[in-house]
Design a protein around this ligand. Sequence first.
Ligand code: ADP
Ligand code: MG
Length: 387
Amino acid sequence: MTNTQILPGATIGIIGGGQLGRMMAIAARRLGYGIIGLDPDDTGPLAQVADFHIAAGYDDLAAAEQLANSCDIITLEFENIPAETLAHLESRITVAPGPEVLATCRHRLTEKTFLNDNGFPVTQFAAARSEDELRTAIETIGLPVIVKTVEFGYDGKGQVRIDDIESITAAWQQLGDVLCIVEKVVTFEREASVICQRNADGDISVFPTFENDHRNHILDITRMPARLPAITRKAARELAHNIAEKLQVIGTICVELFISESPNGRTLIVNELAPRPHNSGHITIDACVTCQFEQHIRAICNLPFGDTTPTRGGGAMVNLLSDEWENGEPHWAGALASHGDVKLHLYGKAEAKVGRKMGHINCSAADPDAAARSAIAARLALQDRPE
Ligand code: ADP
Ligand code: MG
């Protein structure tokens, strides 16, 4: 049986007004949907491209009501929507992904427990509600560990690595004496991610495996496909497919992975899940037949999926953080001139606040390394300002 489809011409509500919302909106617009955003800032990345924007907090139930009354379906760009708002919306309109998926993914302990209970590979972990429990967990797991607050962490925020017994007290205080997950440190060769979409009919689409390099815990470079044996890339995609199926997600799920080398080949360990389009998938905009944002819109509207294969041999994305602005406006024309395949994406953020993701550069080429060289050269050219 085919579930209801939400066809072009309908209106999609997006909660969260940053770059992910903006890129979802651009893809949805291309398909002919209307867009209404909900976010406190009415000048942000999404508001600039939406048909209409509701400037309100995520806990404002009257604003949620207004959104529910003015669109046909609601999606979101981040998982930390207050439970009360979600419940209010759910009683009126379809929210995709749904509340169960968001509840699983917004809480690191619930998420790792879900993965572990369903036989998906994760690192050894335990809960800690106090410094004593942290010590007990470390006795069981062994050092080194990474301790993460269970909620609201991103880009390495709310995380401390502990290498020796002496630093436990300071680490626990730094984390703020709140419920944490204690994880055994994984020694990995590479970090990878796989982005999947699933629609209400249960169809699943999987993008190629991405390889991710981080700098200061923030994604820096993504290469597509990951420089791993084909058998490992296939295993990663199958793993992500199975997670999407088990979660019954409607929309997008990004599976972040650690890839380790072992005598018997490579081992895959799931790091975390994100129930939304993901920074590592931005390369798909310019280097795949269908991009992650269009695929997300197709998923929530229960439409058939597009082809996810790369249009050339490979692609690479480099993030543009606010430090590119440190010495003034970057030299855009120079970056664009550096290579004909350079695609510049800026999110329209007014202020280059420290550590902020301002945009990215995509490049496609015959292979992921060639693409990465061009993308990195373009980013360097941003600093080569004319006299
Ligand atoms: P965030 O929500 O900030 O992305 P993650 O759990 O993905 O949080 O952690 C950020 C980064 O920290 C990871 O991409 C990885 O580089 C490192 N990291 C996190 N957990 C572990 C672990 N258990 N072992 C080794 N490295 C880890
Ligand atoms: Mg992460």
